[in-house]
Design a protein. Sequence first.
Length: 662
Amino acid sequence: MASEEYFEPKLGRIRSQTAKTPRSFRSSVIGAVQRAGGFKRAGNAAAKGGGNYGRGAGVGRVLTASSARGRTARRVVVKARFVRLAGKGVRAATAHLTYLQRDGVTREGARGVLYGPDADRIEASDFMARCDGDRHQFRFIVAPEDAHLYEDLKPLTRTVMQQMEADLRTKLDWAAVDHFNTGHPHTHIVLRGRDDRGKDLVIAREYLSEGFRERVQAQVSLDLGPRSEREIAQALQAEVTQERLTAIDRQLRREADDRGHVLAGYSDPVKSAARSGRLVKLEALGLAEKLPGGRWRLDPELETTLRQMGERGDIIKTLHRALKERGLEASLSETQMHFPSASSSGLASTLTGRLIERGILEEHSDRHYVILEGIDGRTHYVDIGQGSHTEPLPKEAILQVTPRRPDIREVDRTVLAVAQANGGYYTTEIHLRFDPSARRSFAETHTRRLEAIRRTTGAIERLPDGRFRIDPDHLDKVLAYERKDVARLPVSISVQASRALDKLVGYKGVTWLDRQWVTGPSTEYAHTGFGRALRSALQSRRQWLLEEGLWMPVTGQGGEALDPSVLKTLRQQEMTDVAAGLEASTGKTCRTVPRGGLVEGRLREIIETESEKYAVVERAKDFALVPWRPVLDKHIGQEVSGLMREGGINWTIGRSRSLEID
């Protein structure tokens, strides 16, 4: 510049100030919309043009329009799911592949084998390594009705995936596992969300919902030939007496008039006989009523009732199988079972029991269940919701399952109060000005709650300056979010004991049995099943405490109980044993940190015992065992420091950053 007053502007478009390639205007708009809550679709997306977006849109429409779903076509069920890999998605995807390869899924009852386009055995770790950086993946379940006629499902899977590559005009990277552990053999396919150019693979909704199924159905019909008249008659006859929703029921519902009336007769004699037999069965179930003139009246709740009956039958089979595999009583009466609807946990109160089995209720939606032997003497089947949100459960663990209820929290009422006093807006800074006595960490919990609701429902608006717009009906929006969250996770699970009962009797530390003794053994313990085993274990634990000189009885409400001070003694013994083991393995000494003392060093590991979890913070020559907090799991191997205080530690993570965790 010639002088301080001289200035020559250089006109032109604003360029990126970073090394990254400038984003297009369209990409910027899409990103801004997604950060603000994502796109909202109303009504049928395909009808509004949403089904035309992505690869395979035209092919999907052609396949659907030219579908040959005749009576002789082989029937196939295909379920497709889009899964995002952001956040915990990668970990959940890895766990999903591991579960697909679990034991007992092959015809021989062996472990499942993951295979790909060119290899009969591939490693899940190699496939997930290729998925690193992917935005999403697709998951398919392909279940031909006649899959049992295939000696091997791999050729079918590879053929239909090659057809998908031709339909989508790109090379695909996928892995699959064949399952034969159910009455209907099927294949799980995991498809990477990348095309052959490394870009995000976007598949048209119409192809996912209809087109791919038509491809599989055509291939199965080509492999096995069309269904014979005998096969069709056998399939229909098998549906006549089933106590679940069948294809005959669906057709009857489609043909029923506004009053639920339908004719038993049909032009095809085979179908006519099957329909008549099915209507007689529905009449016996109280779901149909015969009228004069060959007409029948269907119950308005026909489909719902039959679905529930089917779920009930599946659960009973699952219960008997699980009990039989473990050598337990396999023939239970109705009064010894508790199996609410598979669509809801159905628990009215907290349930405590021993874990018999954890399994997948619906693989496509990652819905899991647990079977528990309850202290009430009954066997319970409980839908626990999405499995990726529940940590792995130890074998034969003792669990406490508590039903979750949609409810408005105090934090939500506080947000509304702060916003009402500040023009309908909320931020952490506004909260701190509204309540000067509040700590920043406390106010930030409110912000995280709002962000979670915004991301899940899109009902809360976050402005570009970071402020949340809080409407007067905020609590109604919160309740809607809570209902959705409870539907996803209907129960909360707490592990009371990770060891079997017989391993708790002589354990040198605080056990669940000791806590039962402190409160006084309940009179609700049954005299059969797990209740009986628990009664015996409690007496054995009492005898062990007597022999160790630790039994200090007090008079409880229900009789004899254990003095709570014994728990402190047991906990100290446990810490001493843990410290001795660490000293032997590390060669360092364990130091005691008094209240008000400073804990600093590298977070070496997290140690979990039967009663507690401890963080091991080590220095050059010694280490300290301190109370664990969940947030520490993310910082193993990092430098930490904290001040011991009543009820916990005020942590600081890292050397350069000062992230305080109360």
